[in-house]
Design a protein around this ligand. Structure first.
Ligand code: HPA
Ligand code: MG
Length: 194
């Protein structure tokens, strides 16, 4: 079953940044808040439930794709841990950061899928380890004509072809320390260019 995630339309421009709290050091760089932190968390909570419904019989080996995936990974794991505490269904989870383990369920946690090439490359490597089951969850999937057509098993949000930062997604390593997913203004793209 193909996942589609919460659809954000091409014409959706997000929110006025002055209606949210953002760090002072990025205030002048941001154009709009695109996906507020609270919405990211709410969507992640539901993804955790969906994933556990599909995977929740065996030990899960969760693989975090650094660096951009670390926030989503940490929050998704927190929600899965909450389900383990509060529902009858409970499975142990081990975590790692790109190293591969064999013979368990593998959950690959990605921040964003754009062309799909990185994840396809990784999946072909994971296959060598013959895991029982491999599922991929990506917080964001971009609608772009550069896409190879790859779709992950779970999608947080499907977004237009715009460059976004925040919630661990970066522009030249900046903006990972921003809670909301935002769109940069043109001046900031120059300012942080390398
Ligand atoms: N933002 C940050 N990193 C990315 C993006 C993006 O929109 N697309 C691919 N990597
Ligand atoms: Mg990056």
């Amino acid at each position: 079953m193909a996942a589609s995630g919460l659809q954000i339309k091409d014409e959706d421009n997000g929110y006025n940044k002055n209606l949210f709290c953002v760090p002072k050091h990025y205030e002048e760089d941001l154009e709009r808040v695109f996906i507020p932190h609270g919405l990211i968390l709410d969507r992640t909570e539901r993804l955790a439930r969906d994933i556990m419904q599909d995977m929740g019989q065996h030990h899960i080996f969760a693989l975090c794709m650094l660096k951009g995936g670390y926030k989503f990974f940490a929050d998704l794991m927190d929600y899965i841990k909450a389900l383990n505490r509060n529902t009858d269904q409970s499975v142990p989870i081990t975590v790692d950061f790109v190293r591969l383990k064999s013979y368990c369920n593998v959950l690959v946690v990605e921040d964003i899928i754009e062309t799909g090439r990185t994840i396809q490359m990784l999946l072909s490597k994971i296959k060598d380890y013959e895991p029982q089951m491999v599922k991929v969850v990506s917080l964001l999937v971009k609608r772009t004509n550069r896409s190879s057509g790859y779709r992950p098993d779970y999608i947080g949000f499907e977004i237009p072809d715009k460059f976004v930062v925040g919630y661990a997604l970066d522009y030249n390593e900046y903006f990972r320390d921003l809670n909301h997913i935002c769109i940069l203004n043109e001046k900031a793209k120059e300012k942080y260019k390398i």
